[in-house]
Design a binder for this molecule. Structure first.
Ligand code: MG
Length: 230
C-alpha cells in the first residue's frame, strides 16, 4: 500500500487541453457565423482573438475591467481589428464560444492511459474552478467522467481554489484525509498553494518548464510520470 489513497486532479490545462479546445471552438464559431464573408481569415481571427483575450484577462486580474466587460468586449475588439464595428455580433460570438467550448474533447497527452493505470490503485477525484454544468459537459464529452468519484467545482463549493473550503469539501465528500491525498494541477497558486494550505501533498504539472521559486512535493512535465512518483 502506497502513501496515498486518493488523487485529486485539476481539470483545465491538467487533463482537458484548454488551448487546443479553445482553438477548435473558435474555428467552429468562425464557420457558424460565416466570418469569411466579412473578409476575415480564420488563422488571423484566432491569433487576434487570443491576443485580445489575454490582454483582457490581464486587465481583469488587475481589476481594471469586470468579467462582464471582458465578455462583452473581447470579440467586439477582435472584430474591430478587422474594421468591423458590430458589438451585437461581438456579443453573439462570445455567447456561441462559451456554448461550444465545453463540447470540445481534446485531452492532454497520456491522460487516458495514465487514468487507466491509476484507476485500479487509487480513488480519483476532480477539484476545478468553474461552473458545475460546463465542467461536467467537458468531463462527459471527453470520456473521462467515469474515472472520477468526487467532482467538486467552485460553483458547488461556493468558493474558488486556492480557498481551503474547496479542498476541505472535496476531502469530506471523498471521505479521505489530507495525509492520504495528493493534488495534481498546473497552477502554482490555485492548485499547489491551495493544497499546501490544507497540508495536502502536491504534484505540479509543468509541461512548459515554467521557472519558479515554489517547492511542490513533486513536479512533472508529462502526466505519465505520475506512475513513477506516486
Ligand atoms: Mg488548470
Amino acid at each position: 500500500m502506497g502513501k496515498y489513497s486518493d488523487i485529486f486532479f485539476d481539470l483545465d490545462r491538467t487533463l482537458w487541453d484548454f488551448e487546443t479546445n479553445s482553438r477548435k471552438a473558435l474555428e467552429q464559431i468562425f464557420r457558424d457565423f460565416k466570418l469569411e464573408e466579412y473578409s476575415i481569415e480564420l488563422a488571423e481571427f484566432v491569433e487576434v482573438y487570443q491576443r485580445i483575450n489575454e490582454q483582457y484577462w490581464k486587465y481583469y486580474r488587475l481589476g481594471s475591467v469586470s468579467k462582464k466587460e471582458l465578455r462583452r468586449l473581447r470579440f467586439t475588439k477582435t472584430l474591430e481589428h478587422f474594421g468591423l464595428r458590430d458589438s451585437v455580433l461581438g456579443e453573439k460570438l462570445d455567447g456561441a464560444y462559451l456554448d461550444v467550448s465545453p463540447y470540445q474533447t481534446v485531452l492532454l497527452p497520456e491522460t487516458k492511459t495514465t487514468l487507466d493505470y491509476l484507476a485500479g490503485k487509487y480513488k480519483l477525484h476532480i477539484i476545478t474552478n468553474g461552473f458545475e454544468e460546463v465542467q461536467h459537459i467537458k468531463l462527459s464529452k471527453s470520456g473521462i467522467q467515469p474515472y472520477f468519484d468526487v467532482i467538486v467545482t467552485s460553483e458547488k463549493a461556493m468558493a474558488r481554489k486556492p480557498d481551503s473550503l474547496v479542498f476541505n469539501l472535496a476531502m469530506e465528500l471523498a471521505k479521505t484525509r489530507a495525509m492520504d491525498s495528493i493534488m495534481v494541477g498546473d497552477d502554482l497558486q490555485t492548485d499547489i498553494e491551495g493544497a499546501r494550505r490544507v497540508f495536502m501533498d502536491q504534484v505540479y504539472f509543468n509541461p512548459d518548464g515554467v521557472e519558479h521559486n515554489e517547492s511542490p512535493t513533486f513536479e512533472i512535465k508529462e502526466l505519465k510520470e505520475l506512475r513513477r512518483i506516486i
